[in-house]
Design a protein around this ligand. Structure first.
Ligand SMILES: [Zn+2]
Length: 249
């Protein structure tokens, strides 16, 4: 079921890790960000959009992790975008014919059969200089950074006051650092938090990739919480944190 979080912005939350798919209404249809996890859930989004008379005109993946790269036949054949670095990363992984088998090992056994992997990662990188998603709808600013995953994008829908944070600023999961192709994952993460802090003034609704939707009061709280955790990692003194550490599960 889709629920509205701001004018023209709806979400669908998956049972898996409270994953949030985001729908943004445009002129002739919708942009679908990180569509979801199981085939039934994604088909449910497709059905809801059909009922609303809203075709999917574009897709976007915030980063190159399997649970943000999925798609389903019933969503149609709209172009699917990401940052260049995200697309390059997943293309390299998909060049290994066994990659989808590897992905299946990352998915909890109780849902792996339900996750549609055929269309995983078939995305087009936007030009490296692109600061907006090219589509006929509200302007969506791409805030690219290298925390959590290569070419990770947060998306700021300024005129709706919505920040789609990808796998940052979660109230469910502690920060997960990207350790690939980087010399300083701690600084990458802190730099990304500074970027998000710079955008926070325009945000009324925070949509994390996993967890609860936050209001305006939540964004700085979650930035501070993530920063304290990463400072703890840097200083060898991780604070107690009520959130789940995915690496420990
Ligand atoms: Zn991720």
């Amino acid at each position: 079921m889709l629920s509205q979080v701001a004018e023209g912005v709806l979400i669908h939350q998956s049972e898996f890790m409270q994953s949030n798919a985001v729908v943004v209404q445009g002129q002739a249809g919708v942009l679908l960000i990180d569509p979801g996890v199981t085939g039934d859930e994604i088909a449910c989004i497709a059905n809801d959009l059909r009922a609303l008379g809203q075709p999917v005109v574009a897709g976007f993946s915030t980063h190159p992790h399997w649970d943000h790269l999925l798609w389903h036949d019933e969503l149609g054949e709209a172009p699917r975008y990401s940052t260049t670095r995200c697309a390059t990363t997943i293309r390299a992984r998909l060049s290994d014919p066994h990659f989808r088998d590897f992905v299946a090992t990352l998915i909890p056994p109780d849902i792996v059969e339900q996750v549609p992997l055929d269309l995983l990662g078939l995305i087009t990188g936007l030009p490296a200089q692109a600061t907006q998603i090219p589509w006929d709808g509200p302007e969506i600013r791409i805030i690219e950074h290298q925390a959590h995953a290569p070419g990770h994008a947060a998306l700021l829908i300024e005129e709706r006051g919505v920040l789609v944070a990808g796998d940052m600023l979660s109230d469910l999961l502690t920060p997960m650092l990207n350790m690939n192709d980087t010399v300083d994952p701690i600084e990458d993460y802190l730099a990304a938090l500074r970027l998000l802090e710079g955008a926070a003034g325009d945000v009324d609704v925070l949509v994390p990739g996993h967890g609860s939707i936050g209001g305006a009061d939540q964004i700085l709280t979650r930035i501070d919480q993530d920063r304290a955790y990463v400072h703890g990692l840097r200083d060898g003194d991780v604070p107690s944190d009520p959130r789940v550490d995915p690496a420990a599960t």
